[in-house]
Design a protein around this ligand. Sequence first.
Ligand SMILES: *Cc1c(COP(=O)(O)O)cnc(C)c1O
Length: 386
Amino acid sequence: MSLLPLPYSRQHIDDDDIAAVTAVLRSDFLTQGQQLPAFEAEFAAVHQVPHALAVGNATQALHIACLALGVSAGSRVWTCTNSFLASANCARYCGAEVDFVDIDPATRQISTAGLAAKLEAAAATGTLPQVLIPVDFAGLPCDWPALRALADRYGFHLLQDGSHATGATLDGKPMASDWADISVFSFHAVKVVTTAEGGMVCTRDAALARTMDRLRSHGMVRDPAQMLAQADGPWSYEQQTLGYNYRMTELQAALGRSQLRRLPDMQARREALAQRYDRILRELPLTLPPRRDGAQSAWHLYAVELHDATRRQAVFEGLRARGIGVQVHYIPIHTQPYYQALGFKRGDYPRAEDYYARTISLPLFPAMTDADQDRVVAALRELLAC
Ligand SMILES: *Cc1c(COP(=O)(O)O)cnc(C)c1O
């Protein structure tokens, strides 16, 4: 009997999504029409934040967020090494020096105690960061009140890489509604809401929003009230800074609106699957994903840790051989050759390295059935021989 391969993540596209995209294809505007502002307004409402700007992907979002926060050559930007490359690369685009903070093994996220100690040492030598980029790993909100307190105490900006955390909440508040200066979300096909490729930057600060709006569209303004010179006529536009073409298309925005309407249902299914995994994996020699009091995870990932790291590769390959699409999140950023060439070494962040050596992300997506899940658990049980 051959079973269909089970992916680790799969986008959830329904007939409403297809109808929404098709309607745009039949309309007058494929880009720069009315879908984009509507998607932004609806995303802003869900995340209870006044400004949301859609861009081509979260990497672009992180780039313009860094620029808006004043990151430039000589700036110091810190992030967590247990993340995707883009969390650090965005600062390198601006010429900044990147440094990393290790994880708390209990949360797999930036260690607030480790961060506090590193900040204290940096304050003593006058090398505090301008920007910190925490990552809500797997969709679980970070300890944002503690991060905000440290940001206020040491005077750095908080740029949230919430790529995993669309729809997550902490103390009843959505991500982006509080705490961070700018919050970024990803709509890549494997993320919890998708526009195929896409990203969003959110902020409560009108000036930051205006700056990022210009940066995503060539550094250009069209509103005569915002021009430096007298407008030549109704056709006028003015380039005031160096910007990019980081826009999202109408097709993507229409898909995003349709997806956003289903977010509560998709989220509920992810939560139910996560709880069911917790239950049926309980007896296996694995550490299961953490939860945080008062936090609702977006459950982008369900990542387990093997008690015995020496078995990780065999278990990973065994699952793949059985058609179960597992992944590993993440190879610590500082171990990449590019960052090693900048001076980072293996051993610099031992907790993230130890976590990496043990972890496997199991399949989790809204259309996954209980039977799919039972198949994953049966294969794990067999491979772990218990
Ligand atoms: C996916 C992801 C990104 C990049 O998102 P794109 O939309 O693919 O550019 C950045 N950071 C993290 C943590 C991610 O998971």
